[in-house]
Design a protein around this ligand. Structure first.
Ligand SMILES: Cc1cc2nc3c(=O)[nH]c(=O)nc-3n(C[C@H](O)[C@H](O)[C@H](O)COP(=O)(O)OP(=O)(O)OC[C@H]3O[C@@H](n4cnc5c(N)ncnc54)[C@H](O)[C@@H]3O)c2cc1C
Length: 410
């Protein structure tokens, strides 16, 4: 666990209850919803949403109290993710990449204390954001355990980094880029994996605005290019041999996979809210409102069932994680987490599809938010753990095979 290094701004001990967080999140989500269509259309980054999140203290929601944060529990963080995503999935997902880091470090310290204290200070005093920058075109997801092409070479007691990262969520705003790179052994031994703290104004760093995607278009997940970026030795935050487990371990999975799940539930809930309001109003040919048709009612009920099921699994897994209930009900907590994520993504995609059918042909119109929900709800499929790896993990447990070493949680 992280030890106290003193208080900051006299904010230590300040707390907010779940109700207060939900109330604040709902207000912000309402504003985000008004801006979401324009950012989605233009693929622009919602700076004003992040400025409002900062002003409302959200940048320190999960930061430990000893560093001046609110130290919100996992369940509170998930409820906040849901609410924010009801307004704008992109903003919620991007925000999650920041918030999860502090929760994960509370539960499974991976970054050295001095760096974590710096991330906390930045979040609390300046409202600065951080995120891990691991994925690459050639590597794909680092969760697969592969080696990045981005390479760090030691030279004159400095590190020199070269490479290109993809999916750098929040790239237009990020302060702390935590960049995964490979360190080759000059002696021909196995390579190492390291995370470096990089700033946008480090010479040789460039953001290329490549993010033009089907969904989550306003997350600013652009490419980060590093060309002979020279960093002092202390910028190395973590270092491990290839094949050893990621230090974030199960904590990384808990805060990341459940965060993605809650965000996805929020998007699907927005679609259901829209479909229900539409069904109550829509009266084709001045006959009956469509909510009276059995097919429409069935789709609305089924979408709700899928959301209830998703929440049940996500919050069950979250509570099990908080209790470190390693074998609650006969299922290991990490298995409950990955199962919840895989099932939630499928449930929410299906739920939004049902909502589209409720709304009918006009659901395809760009001017309606449901069309955006239909695209946004898919994105989390490609955040780890992907379904195949989740199912493989479950199979290993059932077959009494040893668990794989935890990999990156991006
Ligand atoms: C909206 C969004 C935001 C993101 N933000 C970030 C971020 O901030 N930082 C970051 O580092 N990354 C980020 N990512 C990247 C993400 O974490 C993945 O690395 C990326 O989506 C590629 O994953 P993949 O599994 O499709 O890629 P690949 O590893 O290339 O896999 C390609 C395909 O092969 C399958 N596959 C690969 N390996 C296996 C295996 N072992 N078993 C079974 N199937 C396998 C996959 O299922 C997939 O279908 C983001 C992604 C999205 C969509």
């Amino acid at each position: 666990m992280v030890k106290s290094t003193g208080t900051m701004n006299g904010t230590t001990g300040e707390s907010r209850g779940l109700d207060e967080w939900i109330k604040l999140s709902t207000v912000l989500a309402g504003r985000f919803a008004e801006r979401a269509a324009a950012h989605d259309r233009e693929g622009s980054f919602p700076f004003e949403n992040f400025s409002e999140l900062k002003d409302a203290g959200f940048m320190r929601i999960t930061v430990p109290a000893v560093f001046g944060g609110y130290e919100a529990p996992l369940e509170t963080y998930l409820r906040v993710q849901e609410e924010l995503a009801r307004g704008d999935g992109s903003t919620a997902l991007a925000f999650m990449m920041h918030a999860k880091l502090f929760g994960q470090q509370r539960d499974g310290p991976a970054y050295p204390e001095h760096w974590f204290a710096e991330f906390c200070r930045g979040a609390v005093e300046e409202g600065w954001t951080c995120n891990t920058v691991a994925t690459e075109e050639g590597l794909g997801s680092p969760a697969g355990g592969g080696l990045p092409d981005t390479v760090a070479v030691e030279r004159d007691e400095n590190w020199v980094l070269d490479g290109r990262k993809t999916f750098t969520t929040m790239a237009p705003l990020l302060h702390y880029f935590i960049v995964l790179a490979r360190i080759d052994d000059p002696g021909g031994g196995p390579a190492e994996l390291a995370n470096f703290v990089v700033y946008r104004d480090d010479p040789g760093v460039r953001i290329e605005e490549t993010w033009d995607s089907l969904g989550m278009r306003a997350t600013g997940s652009h490419d980060m290019v590093l060309e002979r970026v020279r960093l002092p030795a202390e910028r190395i935050a973590t270092r491990r041999t290839v094949g050893s487990g990621d230090a974030r371990g199960a904590a990384g999975t808990a805060w990341f996979a459940l965060g993605v799940s809650a965000t996805t539930i929020g998007v699907a809930q927005a679609a259901l809210d829209y479909a229900a309001a539409f069904a109550r109003e829509r009266t084709p040919n001045s006959q009956r409102t469509i909510m009276e048709y059995p097919g429409v009612r069935s789709r609305i009920g089924r979408a709700q069932l899928l959301l209830i099921r998703s929440r049940a699994m996500v919050y069950d897994a979250a509570r099990a994680w908080e209790r470190r209930d390693e074998d609650g009900g006969g299922t290991a907590v990490t298995d409950r987490i990955v199962a919840a994520k895989a099932d939630t993504l499928n449930n929410c995609i299906e739920a939004v599809d049902l909502c589209m059918r409720v709304v009918g042909g006009v659901s395809l119109q760009k001017r309606r938010p449901i069309e955006r929900y239909y695209r946004d709800v898919r994105a989390g499929l490609h955040n780890p753990p992907i379904e195949d790896r989740a199912i493989e993990q479950l199979a290993r447990t059932v077959l009494a095979e040893p668990a794989e070493a935890p990999q990156a949680a991006e």
